[in-house]
Design a protein around this ligand. Structure first.
Ligand code: HEC
Length: 733
C-alpha cells in the first residue's frame, strides 16, 4: 500500500489549520491527579502516523476525504461533503473490495479513515487496520477477551468502533478495558481497566477524544450496574475525571466530578431504598458522547434505569435523575453544566443514549441561528434543545406511540396512566428495543433534515411477581413471559412479525414533522449516512444496502451485501475516488432476543467490511453455511404444568440470548434442535454446571432449581414438536 503523507491530504484542504495539525505537537492534558509536565519536551511527540488532534477533528467538514471520528465530525452529523457519487451516477456503485471480519456475532462498527488507513472493529472488540483503498490487512489487534464475559453483554458482544488521535487508536473492550494502540503497528501502548470487573459492566461504544482526553462510558444496566462517563489522559491512560449519572447507593460523595450535581439535583429524586441500591440504578452511558466545540462541553446520552421497573427500583417514585437524560459537562473538568431528562422516572428501558447531533438551526428571529442538540431516543419523541443551556425548544413523536400523548411546554412527557404497568400486561409502543436504538442517525446541514432509522417493535410490560435480585443475571423487574402461551398457536410468529415495522424517516427539526419516510419490511434497520451528493445511505438486517434521494426518499440504488447491514455506513476518498463503506454481520440485541427465526431474510452470519466505488465489480462471496437439521431431538416428555413452568423460566433467563418463544435467530444455538436439549444429563451439565461458561453460556444453578431447568428443557422440546417445519430452513454455523 501507499502510506499517505500524514499532512498531505490535510494541507490540500485547510491551509489555515495545517500549523495546528502538522507543525505543532498537541498539548498534554492536565490530569487532575497527575503532575503537570515540567518542560515543553514533556508534551507528547508529534507522531508521523495518524496525527489527528482536536483541531483536525474540529475541521473535519473541510477534509471530507477522511472520516476522522465516530460520527464523522464533532457534531456527529454523519454527513460527508463528498459529491463524486451523486444522485445521477449512484446506480453505477459496485463493490470495490470486501474484508472478512471473521466473526459470526453482531457487527456494529463505523470505520474511521485517516491518512488512507481504515480502522474498524469487529465483535469481541477486535481491531482491524486496513488499506482503505484495497482492503488489504495491515494489522489486527486481538484484546484477548475471556469469552465468559459474553454473559454480561445484554445485546451481543458488539463494538461500535475506535477513536484515532495523536498516533494512537483507542478501543473500549467488552470486558471494561480502555486500550490505546500504536496506529501504525497495532501494538498495545496502554491498557486501563475502567470498571469494577466483578460487576456486569461491558463496553460496546466507541470512545471519543477531545483535547488529549479519551471519553468512554459503559453498559450493563439490564443486569445491574451504576453508570458513568470517564475521561482518560490520551497519553497515559490515567483517569482525569468521572461523572456518575446516578447517586451513590448511600447518596454520599464519590470524590468525582458529579458530586455537586448529584447532591443538588439527583439524590432527592430517588427513594432511599429499593432495588437500585443493590443494582446500581443504571444510567449507563453506552453510546452517544459528543463534543460541543462552541461551548467547550461534552454532551452525552444516559441510559435506562436498573431495574427497569420503577416500582421495584425506587418504590416511592421520583424522576430518578439522571436516568434517560441528555447531560452536558465541562470538557476539562467533567463538572455539570445542564441536563434534559427525556423520560422522567424511566419504567420501560427508554434510554436517551441514542445519537446526539449538534447543529445551528435557523430558529431565531429573522433567520438567526441557534445552536441546538437533537436526539431521537428510544421513547419515540424527537427533541430539539438548546446546546448552551439544555432548554427545551421543541419535541414531537416520530413514530406511533401508546405510552404518552405528547410533551408539555418543558418537554416533559404527558404519560398515559396505564403505561406505569402493574401485574396485568400492557402492550406498549415503543417497546424496550425503542423507536430508535444504537443505529446512528444522520443530519444534512444543507437541507436541515435529520435521517432517523426508526422502528416499531411493541412490547408487553408487566411487573415480575418473582423479582428478586440475581447478581449475575438480568434484573429488570419486568415479566418477559407475561401473556405468553406455553404453546403458541400456529401463525403466532407471522402475526408477531406483522406488527414489527422499520422506517427511514427524513425529519424536519424546524417543523417537527416528517418530510418523507420509507417503509421497510424489517423492523431492525440500519444506521444512516448523508452525503453532499444528495444521497442518504442505509442498510437493513436483510442485507439490502440502499441509497435514497436525500430530498425525496426515492430509492436510487441498492446492493445485496449478503449479511445484516445495520451499522453506520461511512464514506471517504483516495486520489479523487469516493468510497462508500459499511460493516456487516448478523447479531445484536434484536437478532439475539427478538430475531424471531432465521430464514431467507437473514442471509449470513459472517461479518465483513464491504466497500463500494463507482464501477466497482467485485463479488461478495456467498455465505457457505451448513443447513440445520430441524428435527426434534427427544420425545415430547413434559406435562402441561411443566411446560407452563418452562415458559416462565425460559422467558426470564434464556430468551434474551436464545430467542423469544425458543426461536433463535441463528446467532446462538436454537435450543429446539440442540442435541444437548435432547439429553437430560448433557443439558444439566451445560445449564446448571456451566460446562460451556468459557464461551459465554454461564451456569444458571444460582437462579434455577433442577426442576426448573428440566421444565425449560421440557418447554424447549415441546416447541420443537409444535414448531417443526413452521419457518423456512436457514443456516446456522
Ligand atoms: C448471555 C447469553 C445467554 C443466556 C442468557 C443463555 N445462554 Fe445458553 N448459550 C449461550 C452461548 C453463547 C452458547 C454457546 C456456547 C458455546 O458455543 O459453547 C449457549 C449454549 C447453550 C446450550 C448448548 C446448545 C448446543 O446445542 O450446543 C444450551 C443447552 C443452552 N445454552 C441453554 C440455555 C438455557 C436453558 C438458558 C436459560 C436458562 C440459557 N442457555 C441462557 C448464551 C446464553
Amino acid at each position: 500500500m501507499t502510506l499517505r503523507n500524514t499532512c498531505g491530504l490535510w494541507l490540500a484542504g485547510a491551509a489555515a489549520l495545517t500549523l495546528a495539525a502538522c507543525g505543532q505537537a498537541s498539548q498534554t492534558p492536565e490530569a487532575d491527579d497527575a503532575p503537570p509536565p515540567e518542560t515543553e519536551a514533556a508534551a507528547p511527540p508529534q507522531p508521523d502516523f495518524a496525527a489527528v488532534d482536536t483541531a483536525r477533528i474540529a475541521a473535519a467538514d473541510e477534509t471530507p476525504d477522511e472520516w476522522l471520528s465516530y460520527g464523522g465530525n464533532y457534531d456527529e452529523h454523519r454527513h460527508s461533503g463528498l459529491t463524486k457519487v451523486d444522485t445521477d451516477n449512484v446506480g453505477r456503485l459496485g463493490v470495490a473490495w470486501t474484508y472478512d471480519l471473521t466473526t459470526n456475532r453482531g457487527v456494529e462498527s463505523t470505520p474511521i479513515v485517516v491518512d488512507g488507513v481504515m480502522y474498524v472493529t469487529s465483535a469481541w472488540s477486535v481491531v482491524h487496520a486496513l488499506d482503505a483503498e484495497t482492503g488489504e490487512e495491515l494489522w489486527v489487534y486481538e484484546p484477548d477477551v475471556d469469552y465468559a464475559v459474553g454473559a454480561k453483554a445484554c445485546c451481543d458482544v458488539v463494538n461500535r468502533g475506535v477513536a484515532v488521535y495523536n498516533g494512537k487508536v483507542y478501543v473500549g473492550v467488552i470486558d471494561g478495558r480502555l486500550e490505546a494502540l500504536d496506529a501504525q503497528t497495532g501494538e498495545l501502548v496502554w491498557s486501563t481497566v475502567t470498571v469494577d470487573q466483578s460487576k456486569p459492566y461491558t463496553i460496546t461504544g466507541a470512545p471519543r477524544v477531545v483535547d488529549g482526553k479519551v471519553l468512554i462510558g459503559n453498559g450493563g444496566a439490564e443486569l445491574g450496574v451504576r453508570g458513568y462517563l470517564s475521561a482518560y489522559d490520551a497519553e497515559t491512560g490515567k483517569r482525569v475525571w468521572r461523572f456518575y449519572t446516578v447517586p451513590h447507593p448511600e447518596k454520599k460523595a464519590d470524590n468525582a466530578a458529579s458530586d455537586t450535581a448529584l447532591a443538588k439535583l439527583a439524590n432527592d429524586t430517588w427513594d432511599d431504598e429499593g432495588a437500585w441500591v443493590s443494582d446500581g440504578g443504571g444510567g449507563t452511558v453506552w453510546d452517544s458522547i459528543v463534543y460541543d466545540t462552541v461551548n467547550d462541553q461534552v454532551i452525552f446520552g444516559v441510559g435506562n434505569g436498573s431495574p427497569w421497573n420503577r416500582d421495584v427500583r425506587s418504590p416511592s417514585g421520583g424522576d430518578n435523575l439522571f436516568l434517560s437524560s441528555i447531560v452536558a459537562v465541562d470538557a476539562d473538568t467533567g463538572e455539570y453544566n445542564w441536563h434534559f431528562q427525556t423520560t422522567p422516572g424511566d419504567n420501560w428501558d427508554y434510554t436517551a443514549t441514542q445519537t446526539i447531533i449538534l447543529a445551528d438551526l435557523p430558529l431565531g428571529e429573522a433567520g438567526a441561528t441557534r445552536r441546538v442538540a437533537m436526539q431521537a431516543p428510544k421513547n419515540g419523541f424527537f427533541y430539539v434543545i438548546d446546546a448552551a443551556t439544555g432548554e427545551f425548544i421543541s419535541g414531537e413523536n416520530f413514530v406511533p406511540m401508546t405510552w404518552a400523548t405528547g410533551l408539555d411546554e418543558n418537554g416533559r412527557p404527558l404519560e398515559v396512566a396505564e403505561a406505569r404497568y402493574g401485574s396485568t400486561p400492557v402492550m406498549q409502543l415503543p417497546g424496550a428495543l425503542g423507536a430508535h436504538n444504537w443505529q446512528p442517525m444522520a443530519f444534512n446541514p444543507e437541507l436541515d433534515l435529520a435521517y432517523i432509522p426508526a422502528q416499531e417493535i411493541p412490547q408487553a410490560y408487566a411487573r415480575d411477581p418473582r423479582f428478586s435480585d440475581m447478581p449475575t443475571k438480568w434484573n429488570t423487574g419486568v415479566d418477559f413471559s407475561a401473556g405468553q402461551p406455553p404453546e403458541p398457536p400456529e401463525g403466532t410468529i407471522d402475526a408477531i412479525r406483522a406488527t414489527l415495522k422499520g422506517r427511514l424517516i427524513a425529519w424536519d427539526p424546524l417543523a417537527q414533522e416528517a418530510r418523507w419516510s420509507v417503509e421497510h419490511d424489517n423492523a431492525w434497520n440500519g444506521g444512516v449516512l448523508s452525503t453532499a451528493g444528495g444521497l442518504v445511505f442505509q442498510g437493513k438486517l436483510d442485507g439490502e444496502f440502499a441509497a435514497y434521494d436525500a430530498a425525496t426518499g426515492e430509492k436510487l440504488w441498492s446492493h445485496d451485501v449478503k449479511s445484516g447491514a445495520a451499522s453506520g455506513p461511512g464514506t471517504y476518498a483516495i486520489d479523487g475516488e469516493q468510497y462508500v463503506t459499511i460493516t456487516t454481520g448478523w447479531g445484536s440485541a434484536y437478532a439475539l432476543a427478538a430475531g424471531m427465526g432465521y430464514d431467507e431474510t437473514v442471509p449470513s452470519t459472517v461479518g465483513k467490511v464491504v466497500t463500494f466505488k463507482l464501477g466497482g465489480n467485485e463479488i461478495i462471496a456467498d455465505p457457505d453455511l451448513p443447513m440445520i437439521e430441524r428435527t426434534p431431538k427427544a420425545e415430547d416428555f413434559a406435562s402441561a404444568e411443566m411446560v407452563q413452568d418452562g415458559t416462565v423460566h425460559y422467558a426470564r433467563n434464556c430468551a434474551v440470548c436464545h430467542g423469544q418463544l425458543a426461536i433463535s435467530s441463528g446467532v446462538l444455538p436454537d435450543l429446539r434442535w440442540s442435541a444437548i436439549a435432547g439429553d437430560a444429563e448433557a443439558w444439566n451439565s451445560v445449564v446448571m454446571d456451566g460446562t460451556l461458561s468459557a464461551n459465554g453460556m454461564v451456569a444458571f444453578d444460582d437462579v434455577l432449581t433442577p426442576e426448573q431447568s428440566e421444565a425449560i428443557r421440557g418447554y424447549v422440546i415441546r416447541q420443537a414438536h409444535i414448531g417443526a417445519g413452521e419457518e423456512p430452513t436457514g443456516g446456522q454455523p
